[in-house]
Design a protein around this ligand. Structure first.
Ligand code: AMP
Ligand code: ZN
Ligand code: FE
Ligand code: FE
Length: 284
């Protein structure tokens, strides 16, 4: 097998990353990576321009997206791959998530006001510049955290999560949500593959047990700077279920420092398996 690396998990300015899709593709070409999936939160809009740009740079770019969901008390991130970017079910689900986020973000801003750290909607939505006029960016807690840094309430995005915005912290608000089961169902109806993102971050053992019984297609065992022994555990779990083992950096640029694009990756076989789904959906 030729030396092939594909990073299947990263974020751009279309959601909460600080690099544009073009900048990420340029970085991938420089490393070099041969394959890439941009998995912005709840949007696939980056692909319209990123697909032709990646082609020009010799990067094989496969559509992907990261959806937030819940299972019982725990928040579960689900990666979807292999769908066509004009799939109406995926596009509609992204829009539903945008509406969910809008309500949830307002609840968080309300809490910040109560704690004497007001952030306006404008300050939130401009916290991560896109350099693309009129771009519909997915706004999330990293934007709120960055706005809090900009206003001098705290000294880092990480501190904002640790003290205020992380799950269960004083300014956190879950807002409306979709279940993991609903999310898998929609991804499957769209012809895509549903993968449990960063499973090692799940805390509740009952939730993990139940998730492993759901009809996922795979899990993300290779993640960011995970230690080899932790990876092995998840590879074993996936193999037992005949699930796909995926991997990626979860690169976000400067908003999540010390994590480089390409620090976790998958080989050509895994990449081609997902690509075959994608090509099948394209030809439908
Ligand atoms: P949201 O999508 O709005 O619920 O925000 C969750 C996102 O915040 C995650 O997907 C991460 O990208 C990001 N995040 C979580 N914890 C941190 C942290 N400590 N520092 C920076 N970003 C974080
Ligand atoms: Zn993110
Ligand atoms: Fe995630
Ligand atoms: Fe992510």
């Amino acid at each position: 097998m030729r030396d092939f690396r594909a990073d299947l998990h990263c974020h751009t300015t279309f959601s909460d990353g600080t690099c544009t899709p073009f900048e990420i593709i340029d970085k991938a070409a420089k490393i070099p990576l041969q394959g890439l999936s941009i998995t912005d939160h709840d949007t696939i809009d980056a692909y319209i321009t990123a697909i032709p740009y990646a082609k020009g740079k010799g990067i094989d770019l496969l559509p992907g997206v990261e959806f937030s969901s819940v299972h019982g008390p725990e928040s579960v991130h689900i990666l979807a791959y292999g769908f066509a970017i004009d799939n109406p079910l995926i596009l509609e689900f992204c829009q539903k998530h945008q509406r969910r986020r809008k309500q949830r973000n307002l609840l968080i801003l309300e809490k910040l006001k109560q704690f004497k750290m007001p952030v306006t909607e404008e300050e939130m939505s401009q916290a991560i510049p896109t350099n693309i006029p009129g771009l519909k960016q997915t706004i999330g807690r990293p934007h709120i955290a960055q706005a809090m840094v900009n206003k001098g309430y705290i000294s880092s995005v990480n501190e904002a999560f640790i003290k205020y915005l992380g799950e269960g912290k004083i300014c956190y608000a879950p807002g409306p949500s979709f279940t993991a089961e609903e999310t898998i169902h929609i991804i499957h109806k769209a012809g895509g593959l549903a993968i449990i993102a960063h499973p090692h971050l799940l805390e509740n053992t009952k939730v993990i047990k139940e998730l492993l019984e759901l009809p996922f297609d795979g899990l993300e065992a290779y993640y960011a700077r995970m230690l080899p022994h932790a990876e092995k555990k998840w590879v074993k779990i996936a193999e037992k279920r005949k699930w796909l083992v995926t991997g990626g950096s979860d690169f976000h640029g400067t908003i999540k420092p010390n994590l480089d694009l390409g620090c976790s990756w998958v080989n050509e076989d895994t990449f081609n398996f997902i690509k075959s789904h994608y090509l099948k959906n394209l030809s439908l």
